[in-house]
Design a protein. Structure first.
Length: 398
């Protein structure tokens, strides 16, 4: 059966010629055929031009490009893409042992690996597939098979998760997250720079752990010696473990979620820290910093995405400003603040401007020590700047 064909309007070819992987609905002149969400379609111009093929989905982003060449999108195609993705990570020094950087890393980062809409994280022998499109929901079994072929005995199990907005009416059997291949370990424990963490691939946020903050956790450890540290929005306690490993005198882990606090407590215990050096607290972030912020030499602010859509951006900016203003106003003199935004619609320039406005309002002299981003296994493609979602600053407050 012939693939459906997406015909673009005249003058709407430039982004594809620059190899940007998204085709927006506003650029589409005509749809030839009747593609369903997740089908592979060809993309071309009204004069017969061919720009490539990708997954179709009704919505603002109508096609996510898989290739800009004439290729068959099949098992061999996906295996080749995954081989390239793995080769990149191995060249960076990621591997399968507990030593060094550890045994948890991102294997596939969507558009950066030519597989837009697909995330795969590797956790000490367990691969977690997360699809953001119907296209990869449809081929999840193929992707799982490719992973087993590619990783061999290094892979013991594959789990599948998907975003809620994917259309699963036609496929109720796999409508929830779960095991799709192999035998899972009794305990899900990973290592990162010598520290250990429990992860929850089913109920946990994203695929189970925030691998993207790896190098920032290491940086926190480097500056934590003898500090009293506050880890806000602690989730699984990654920054808390790093701070204590770096020699922090005291670490307080705060989250509004009781289940997150339970997981953070387990991870602190797993690493054998003296219970007297840490506390896990269920509390609202703004209330806690307002009341207790002046007790800390270091404050880590890693909130969930305040804005997932453009229409929520203004509210997000106000939230970031208020949060950083509280931390800057309360922290001890000579203190460090690590502040982050994972909201894609709040770009680097807007985030830094927001933090700067908080510094001005605080009335204190604030220096930027370092600009921070996600770990190298999350490197974005230069043709897809939207992939650089995590922004961060290490600040020194005089």
């Amino acid at each position: 059966m012939n693939k459906a064909r997406i015909i673009l309007k005249k003058g709407k070819y430039d982004s594809l010629e620059r190899m940007h992987p998204w085709v927006f609905s506003g650029a589409v002149k005509e749809i030839i055929g009747n593609p369903a969400d997740g089908d592979v379609v060809d993309v071309g111009g009204s004069k017969g031009e061919f720009f490539g093929s990708g997954h179709f989905q009704k919505g603002s982003i109508m096609v996510r490009m898989l290739t800009f060449d004439k290729e068959i999108i099949d098992h061999a195609f996906y295996l080749k893409k995954l081989e390239k993705a793995l080769h990149y990570r191995l060249n960076l020094g990621y591997g399968f042992s507990e030593s060094g950087v550890g045994n948890a890393w991102r294997l596939v980062y969507g558009e950066a690996d030519g597989l837009p809409g697909l995330i795969i994280d590797f956790y000490n022998g367990v691969a977690v597939i997360q699809s953001y499109t119907d296209g990869f929901h449809k081929v999840r079994e193929i992707i799982s098979t490719c992973l087993s072929e590619l990783l061999g005995e290094k892979l013991v199990a594959v789990y599948y998760k998907m975003k809620d907005y994917i259309n699963t009416e036609r496929d109720e059997e796999h409508a929830t997250a779960g095991l799709i291949w192999g035998t899972p370990p009794e305990e899900f424990i990973i290592t990162e720079y010598g520290s250990k963490y429990y992860i929850d691939v089913i109920k946990g946020q994203k695929t189970g752990f925030f691998i993207d903050q790896r190098e920032n956790r290491k940086l926190v450890a480097d500056f934590s010696k003898d500090k009293i540290v506050l880890n806000m929005f602690c989730y699984s306690g990654g920054f808390s473990v790093s701070a204590l490993k770096g020699g922090a005198k005291q670490v307080d882990s705060v989250d509004s979620s009781a289940s997150a606090i339970e997981l953070a407590s387990k991870n602190l215990q797993l690493n054998g820290f003296d219970p007297q050096t840490h506390r896990c607290i269920v509390a609202d972030a703004f209330d806690y910093i307002e009341k207790e912020g002046e007790n800390y030499d270091m404050i880590i602010l890693d909130p969930p995405a305040y804005a997932k859509h453009v229409d929520a951006r203004h509210r997000a900016v106000k939230g970031y400003q208020r949060l950083n203003l509280l931390a800057m106003s309360k922290i001890k003199k000579g203190g460090f603040i690590f502040t982050f935004s994972c909201s894609q619609v709040v770009d680097k320039r807007l985030f830094e401007s927001t933090v700067m406005s908080a510094a001005i309002l605080s009335g204190r002299n604030v220096r930027v020590v370092q600009e921070l981003s996600h770990a190298p296994c999350h490197a974005h493609a230069m043709t897809h700047p939207e992939g650089k979602y995590l922004k961060g600053l290490m600040l020194y407050v005089e």
